[in-house]
Design a protein around this ligand. Sequence first.
Ligand SMILES: [Fe+2]
Length: 217
Amino acid sequence: MTTIDPYTKIHKALRRDMFACLTTLGSLDTSDASAVERARAQVTTLLRDLHSHGEHEDHFLGPVLFEYLPEHAARLAEQHRSLDRGLEALAQRFADEAFSGPEALLAGYRELAAYTAAYLEHLAAEERALPDLAGSEPQVALMAAMAAFGASRSPAEREYSLRQMLPALAHGERLEFLRGFLAAPEPVASAARSIARDVLGDRAWSVIDRELIASAP
Ligand SMILES: [Fe+2]
């Protein structure tokens, strides 16, 4: 049985988004109003995505973890609460003054960098426990949890995930992720193809498309 890994792909996307946001803020000119607006939107999206990611984990994976790894599950749930408090503080800082000038921006940048460090450690702790869930019972429970999560997502949310995750993934992971979308009925499969071409570029997409066709059942 293939091991169910609910973490790696979305965690790669979140790591990419955190570093992209820090890169934006680190080089932002606060006198450039349109650049500031783009940066503000990027921060808002990042904070929203980090919050909803923790919520999804608590709701869909939490019960599986509490069943099979209760101490680990309790630690992660506490980390989610603490990380959420950090998100609220960041949201406040970036809503209030962080874009008002270079010094305020540097303070916000440093706060997001420190938060990123804590978040990275949390993601690593989640992934380190994956081997402890390799037994057949937890694997079946994880499979059911992932199916329930998939069923809870609207078409727009699925397309958003595709755009967010594909660029962050290695070639084999992209293929694996896309196969699920392309096996879906139309118009989902066509929309997935067009999003993949859009975010990966024509050249990368044509390589992936050939492999998907070659390996189609
Ligand atoms: Fe988490």
